[in-house]
Write a protein that binds this ligand. Structure first.
Ligand code: PYL
Length: 273
């Protein structure tokens, strides 16, 4: 998993209104509606129960990312939840959150970013939630995915979650990962659930043979200009963005779904309600 940097998260809190307008234009739904669709939860549950959500800084491993907990808290607050960032980090922060009466805890170390509902025991992992959230956005952007060919780049945690969400929407999924055994493992897991996935080992032919992409791999500039047409739609949960930034603005306006945290955090919250 690629570690976010301060300049990935710093702009989030002050650009959520504009971000939501862009999302509405691209997918026809707001961040709240997208998270509700991805999690299968009704948004008014969030409003009615209004649980206190605590975001806890974690100093372990490579430590704090400046602005990370503030960005997570701003997204949760934007969704309408009562939110607090604990003053204390780590174990003390967990104790502080519970003493404050928090029902849901968000925290991230170098390996896992989780949301925990301490009342129900429900846990949501950022990778799994991000995969579901982005596929829900892609489904709205494409006005449905049933019967459509989708190329999934990356068979990691986000890719595995995205693959399951894609086949559940009826998409014909082809997966490419530089690590072929990762693609095979993903194929096996999806087949166990009664669905089919094709494994592609030639990236160039996969890219030229598809218009709908889920870019869930950490490589940069995988999707090149020659792979982009008027029909191209891209959901890109991967950090850093796998499409050349500059050209993207010109060619893919309103057809590229990409953010550092928003869709994943919103889906995590709805998942643990
Ligand atoms: C959750 C993000 C999404 C992509 N990469 C993941 C990442 O950067 N994880 C590390 C998060 C560390 C947070 C730090 C803090 O500020 O509490 N422990």
């Amino acid at each position: 998993m690629t570690r976010l940097k301060e300049n990935d998260v710093e702009p989030i809190a002050t650009t959520l209104v504009g971000y939501n307008e862009d999302l509405l234009r691209m997918t026809g739904c707001s961040l709240r509606e997208l998270a509700a669709q991805a999690s299968g939860k009704e948004i008014d549950y969030l409003v009615n129960r209004n649980p206190l959500v605590a975001v806890i800084p974690m100093t372990c491993g490579e430590g704090i990312i400046e602005g990370f907990v503030e960005s997570v808290a701003s997204i949760i607050s934007y969704l309408g939840s009562r939110t607090v960032i604990t003053k204390i980090s780590d174990a003390g922060g967990v104790a502080e959150a519970i003493q404050l009466g928090a029902e849901i805890l968000f925290m991230a170390d170098d390996d896992r970013f989780v949301a925990i509902n301490i009342r129900t025991g429900k846990v949501s992992d950022n990778g799994e939630a991000t995969g579901k959230g982005y596929v829900a956005g892609l489904e709205r952007m494409c006005q449905g995915l049933n019967g459509k060919n989708v190329l999934l780049l990356g068979a990691g945690p986000v890719g595995n979650s995205a693959a399951l969400a894609l086949v559940r929407y009826g998409a014909q999924v082809t997966v490419f990962d530089v690590n072929i055994s990762a693609s095979q493992r993903l194929k096996g897991a999806i087949e166990e659930l009664g669905y089919n996935v094709q494994v592609e080992t030639n990236l160039e032919s996969a890219l030229t043979g598809h218009q709908i992409f889920v870019d869930a791999c950490p490589a940069e500039n995988v999707i090149q200009l020659r792979h982009i047409s008027q029909a191209t739609r891209i959901a890109a949960p991967g950090i850093p963005l796998g499409v050349p930034e500059l050209e993207v603005k010109q060619l893919l306006t309103d057809r590229l779904l990409h953010d550092p945290l928003q869709i994943g955090v919103a889906t995590m919250l709805l998942e643990v309600l």
